[in-house]
Design a protein around this ligand. Structure first.
Ligand SMILES: CC/C=C\CC(=O)SCCNC(=O)CCNC(=O)[C@H](O)C(C)(C)COP(=O)(O)OP(=O)(O)OC[C@H]1O[C@@H](n2cnc3c(N)ncnc32)[C@H](O)[C@@H]1OP(=O)(O)O
Length: 661
């Protein structure tokens, strides 16, 4: 039982109340044995905890995932589980919402027996064997709480962790508070559980998280502007794949494929790089084997320098250096080396997939598979289709993403695809705010206080300032041959901030060099500290350009950065790069650390109010007429004019024929 029907949460609950039902089962004189076959999640597990015994099939999974929906377990789970398995293990399961295997549930004491047979039949036999046993010791609500001596410390640490990791989410904190009440008599603890659930149930955060739950499933029902979609396109089987280019991304992708049980040809052109990759990939796989306690056939991966092994693969993912000429040359070679039906995929994060398709004799079999670093951890996959990508190729890449445990989002090819395209105005505004008087830590603090996993400057230092620098050079925005503006920098007629370029020219590339926008303990360091050199550099830059610094508040930082990103999201919809705004929210929550408890950028815009987003963009555009990204998009204006329809109706208001595809 996967728990309550989440769709019911947006309307009055029907059916018998769960709590008295579970209490009645527990109080009954007849032994009740729970048989857990597949999933016992949320209310499903709480129901099982009210039973006197629990039998689970070896493949069953158990958990209390309510926190992922902005809720807490509210059918006694926060009171019975700590009594059964102790506070530390109960806190971990309830705060994280993670599922445990039947084997782990047995070790924890959640279930009494695990079977390879039909759990129902075993449960019946078990019930017969205990029919004369007293039940008094099997009623968890009557158990005294197992309070360890350091329970106060355990709870304080759990609360601190919930605040810190939750980044503003209420539910994790409420989970700790509910479990904390398990040290009280059961009836009092239940009152606290119900009080906390009442506070959360109708909260905006719970609605936003439940929106995220359904959005991440909705994107699996993908469609393309030409009418191809998930239920009229057939994916091909992938019996063997290849990864070409075994840098950080290639290694992560290879690990994903092996963990999914797909044989992999891992190819490099450089012997040393190949050996280094072999060591890293095998170490990562060994670690996964231990963590997942799964049998993994490490022989699934074959490392090689030879292209001849590519003849037998169904799909290639290239992850070579981010250079268009190099990738085009490789795609041309693959056209002749690989079987004519082999799909050719690119992991590029920025480059034009159409140009790569043109370099091959099979443009219909070329799609982007944009993984996010670290590829074996981040759940998001952007599947980028060109105007010539066949529906079968898109369906195959989307299906492969699902097999790899990713949430795949189908997006049309355009500069930056979706995530990085929306990121550009966000990063641009942050640079302008530095010119106008802010420091990197002031901007990052505002963004992280909002709930983003990492502020824009800490994120740039982590990924390396040279990544963006290379992109700007390729776009002709900077570089030795590009004339620099005298006053406020302008490029291609619009305001342009050269600050990041100047920082790079000083060799300050971020964590990898020990300094960037912040100072670190050394090259490769992670502890970002405000850098007096950066402050002096900004002061000198403003003086040279005659910029009068001003105090910039958190609200302006958020509006300038987030609304510019949201505005670009509306332009992505206008261009029909995706066919549903939920795709943008899924991309940002899963791939860019956007706080899930706000739903994602587009959902958040609806919560803030589209008229307010429009009004603030109009204000900032009046103040900064030389920044096109602040000009409100036509769709945003259209939606406000139509009375701000709900997000699932936005695409109805896009002018027909406005698609760029
Ligand atoms: C007063 C509150 C009382 C009790 C509290 C609760 O019980 S809260 C709910 C707790 N349960 C969950 O959070 C489980 C949510 N579901 C999942 O984690 C996964 O669906 C699951 C069960 C692990 C299965 O995963 P799988 O990848 O196999 O399927 P998928 O997630 O794609 O789901 C398939 C379709 O089922 C829909 N769905 C799944 N669970 C629920 C649910 N609890 N309520 C409503 N709908 C659910 C899901 O949306 C998919 O629908 P589709 O139309 O096919 O996209």
């Amino acid at each position: 039982m996967s728990g309550a029907d989440i769709r019911e949460f947006s309307r009055p609950m029907t059916g018998p109340a769960l709590v008295p039902l579970i209490d009645a089962i527990e109080a009954g004189e007849k032994p009740v044995v729970a048989a857990i076959e597949g999933m016992a999640l949320g209310g499903g597990l709480e129901l099982a905890l009210g039973c006197h015994y629990r039998i689970a099939h070896s493949k069953a999974q158990l958990g209390l995932p309510e926190v992922t929906l902005g809720l807490i377990p509210a059918a006694g789970g926060t009171q019975r589980l700590p009594r059964l398995i102790g506070f530390p293990a109960a806190l971990d399961m309830i705060i994280t919402g993670r599922r445990v295997s039947a084997g782990d549930a047995l070790k924890l004491g959640i279930v009494d027996q695990v079977t390879e047979r039909n759990a129902g039949e075993v449960a019946v036999a078990f019930a017969r064997s205990v029919v004369d046993c007293p039940l008094v010791s099997r009623r968890l609500s009557t158990w005294p709480p197992l309070c360890p001596a350091d329970l106060d410390n355990i709870l304080q640490m759990a609360l601190a962790r919930a605040w810190q990791r939750g980044r503003g989410a209420l539910a994790p904190v409420a989970c700790v508070q509910a479990v904390q009440a398990a040290r009280l008599p059961y009836s009092q603890g239940m009152q606290q559980e119900q009080k906390l659930m009442s506070m959360l149930f109708a909260s905006p955060q719970a609605r936003a998280l439940q929106y995220c739950f359904f959005s991440q499933r909705a994107v699996g029902k993908w469609s393309m502007p030409n009418g191809a979609c998930w239920d009229n396109s057939t994916a091909r089987p992938i019996r063997k794949a290849a990864v070409i280019g075994l840098g950080t991304m290639g290694r992560g992708i290879a690990v994903c494929l092996v963990l999914a049980g797909i044989p992999v040809i891992a190819m490099e052109t450089d012997e040393k790089q190949l050996e280094a990759a072999r060591r890293v990939v095998m170490a990562l796989l060994e670690k996964e084997v231990q963590k997942l306690a799964v049998g993994l056939h490490l022989g699934l991966i074959h490392f090689t320098l030879e292209q001849r092994y590519l003849r037998e693969v169904d799909l290639v993912i290239e992850a070579v250096f981010e250079d268009l000429a190099l990738k085009k040359q490789l795609f041309a070679e693959l056209s002749s080396v690989c079987h004519p039906d082999t799909l050719l995929c690119t992991n590029t994060s920025q480059l034009d997939v159409d140009q790569l398709a043109t370099a091959t004799s099979r443009p219909d079999l070329v799609v982007g598979m944009h993984f996010f670093a670290p590829a074996n951890k981040i759940k998001l996959l952007e599947v980028v289709f060109t105007s010539r990508s066949s529906p079968e190729a898109v369906a195959t890449a989307m299906q492969l993403g699902k097999w790899l445990g990713k949430v795949s989002v189908a997006v049309a090819n355009c500069p930056g695809f979706v995530g990085n395209r929306m990121l550009r105005p966000y990063v641009e505004q942050a640079g302008f705010l530095l010119e106008e008087g802010a420091t990197p830590e002031q901007v990052d603090s505002a963004l992280e206080h909002f709930g983003l996993a990492m502020g824009v400057f800490r994120m740039s230092d982590l990924s390396g300032l040279d990544v963006g620098w290379r992109v700007r050079k390729a776009a002709g925005l900077t570089g030795p041959g590009v004339p620099q503006g005298q006053l406020l920098q302008t490029q291609q007629g619009y305001r342009y901030s050269p600050l990041a370029d100047l920082i790079c020219q000083k060799g300050r590339l971020g964590q990898k060099t020990g300094c960037g926008w912040y100072l670190y303990e050394g090259p490769g360091g992670h502890m970002a500290r405000p850098d007096p050199w950066v402050h002096a550099f900004l002061e000198e830059y403003r003086r040279v350009h005659g910029l009068q610094p001003r105090s910039i508040g958190q609200q302006e930082v958020l509006e300038r950065c987030l609304f510019a990103l949201i505005n670009e999201g509306f332009r992505v919809l206008e261009d029909r790069i995706v066919m549903d705004p939920v795709a943008l929210d899924v991309i940002y929550v899963l791939g860019y650390g956007w706080p899930a408890h706000t739903g994602g950028p587009m959902y958040y815009a609806g919560e803030v109010g589209l008229p307010r987003v429009l009004g603030r963009l109009e204000y900032y555009q009046r103040v900064h007429p030389d920044i096109p990204h602040l000009r409100p998009s036509a769709l945003l204006r259209q939606l406000v004019a139509k009375g701000s329809p709900p997000i699932h109706k936005w695409m109805w208001h896009i002018e027909e024929g406005s698609s760029r595809l």
